[in-house]
Design a protein. Structure first.
Lengths: 232, 226
């Protein structure tokens, strides 16, 4: 579903990604771990077609980037730590707007379905500016899955959430992933990543330094795996 | 699923208008600024009728140009600050549809401000020739050129920390031809000049509008991409 080979990304003289290789099979939930500045967000922005690779090949859902970026964007949902929502529109108006931008037929029924899924149906007529951070993040997930994407990218979705909101987001993420979608999530929260993901990759100094399936983890301890990957 | 260019453009325009009519942040700022400038000019320049005719076009275009930068900055900042620009760029639409959507909403805001400021100007300056159809046509052509370039440059400036300062620095040198042509044409209309006298600035405005809409159409994708 995602194939990345020898990806290099430079900003001026600074090289962020240094020949990164990365593959994800359909239906996998990959947690991309790594320290600050490792290049996780840069990598996700390239997968999302928001940034162009300097060198290397990137394929998402069978389409090459950057040449077939419109086709990739149609198959992709992205949730970042920013909600990508308009505070002066209601939850429903925000989803209606994105439904129009994605050309979704029969959008009203789909919007109702999504609002039910993220538990915001009773707040559909409320302005997003009145939402808590947790509610905004749930609506952001609703926006990202509105067009039923095959691949979803989550970039630090737990940033700024309190404990209750994080638990609620866990449930939403589990539901979203359970529909057979391919998910790549960056996170510093190893406990949450461990609970959700089926595979863990560590991105450090611009390359994937380690990768392991959940079933191969010793004592189910992702922290030990992560520490070891950074030491190597 | 991919919406047509027109549907995506209209979706952005409707979204911008709905959000602005609810918050009124952008229009309030532009209108307050414009009214203040007109009042200050009114008190600062103790005008007789002859001088008033000569300065009308200059005062109006100065007001609209500076108020326009406020609107352009705010319009693009709304997209940038909560990551909404990424939301637009992630949609499977031709990115020039985003440019046209934003440009049409910016033009709508500018025209609303002009529609409110013109009667106020006429009242304060006792100058009612600004309601001639020819004058309105020049106002429209000048605003289109200004907004086409302004929308493109505001998309560039908003990515920097000094966007409020950078936009006028980038914009005003490039829109000088529009402002000069607009002031010349509007001024000539107010003093009742022949059509032959306004033909040259009018042609310049039309050519400028066509060229810069085409340039913005071609370069918007490069500007918004990292």
């Amino acid at each position: 579903m995602i194939e990345v080979t020898k990806l290099i990304k430079r900003f001026g003289l600074k090289t962020i990604l240094r020949g990164l290789d990365f593959q994800v099979q359909p239906g996998e939930f990959v947690a991309l771990l790594g320290p600050n500045g490792a290049g996780k967000t840069t990598f996700l922005r390239i997968l999302a077609s928001l940034s162009k690779p300097s060198l290397g090949n990137v394929k998402v859902a069978g389409y090459s980037l950057p040449n077939q970026s419109a086709q990739v964007r149609a198959k992709l949902g992205v949730v970042s730590h920013l909600p990508l929502l308009y505070p002066d529109l209601t939850a429903e108006e925000n989803l209606q707007f994105y439904a129009r931008m994605y050309g979704i037929p029969n959008s009203q029924a789909r919007i109702t379905q999504v609002l039910q899924l993220i538990g915001l149906e009773n707040r559909r007529k409320d302005l997003v500016r009145t939402f808590s951070r947790g509610m905004s993040q749930r609506l952001a997930i609703g926006r990202a899955i509105l067009h039923e994407p095959e691949v979803i990218l989550f970039d630090e979705p737990y940033t700024g959430l309190d404990q209750d909101a994080s638990v609620m987001l866990d449930d939403v993420l589990r539901t979203v992933a359970s529909h057979g979608r391919t998910v790549v999530m960056t996170s510093h929260d190893l406990i949450r990543a461990e609970a959700l993901a089926t595979r863990f990759d560590v991105l450090s100094r611009g390359v994937i330094t380690a990768s392991i399936n959940k079933s191969d983890l010793k004592n189910n301890n992702v922290l030990d795996f992560y520490k070891q990957a950074l030491e190597n | 699923m991919k919406p047509s260019f027109l549907k995506a453009t209209l979706a952005i325009v409707q979204k911008d208008l709905a959000a602005e009519f609810r918050s009124r942040e952008l229009l309030t700022a532009m209108l307050t600024f414009s009214v203040l400038v007109i009042l200050i000019f009114n008190f600062a320049l103790d005008l007789n009728i002859d001088v008033r005719q000569k300065v009308t076009a200059g005062v109006l275009w100065t007001t609209f140009a500076f108020a326009g930068t406020l609107g352009l900055n705010r319009s693009m900042a709304v997209e940038k600050d909560r990551g909404c620009m990424d939301g637009l760029l992630l949609a499977p639409v031709d990115r020039s549809a985003i440019f046209f959507g934003k440009a049409i909403s910016n033009l709508a805001f500018m025209l609303i401000v002009e529609a409110i400021v013109l009667p106020l100007y006429a009242f304060f300056y006792n100058e009612f020739r600004i309601f001639q159809l020819e004058f309105i046509a020049v106002l429209l052509l000048g605003s289109i050129g200004y907004i086409a370039v302004g929308t493109l440059l505001s998309a560039m400036a908003v990515q920097t920390r000094t966007r409020e300062i950078l936009l006028p620095i980038l914009l005003f040198p490039i829109v000088v031809p529009v402002l000069i042509a607009s002031v010349l044409a509007s001024g000539a209309i107010i003093i009742g000049a022949e059509f032959s006298e306004i033909r040259a600035p009018l042609n310049l405005l039309i050519v400028y509008d066509v060229i810069f809409i085409a340039v913005s159409f071609m370069f918007f994708d490069f500007i918004v991409e990292e």
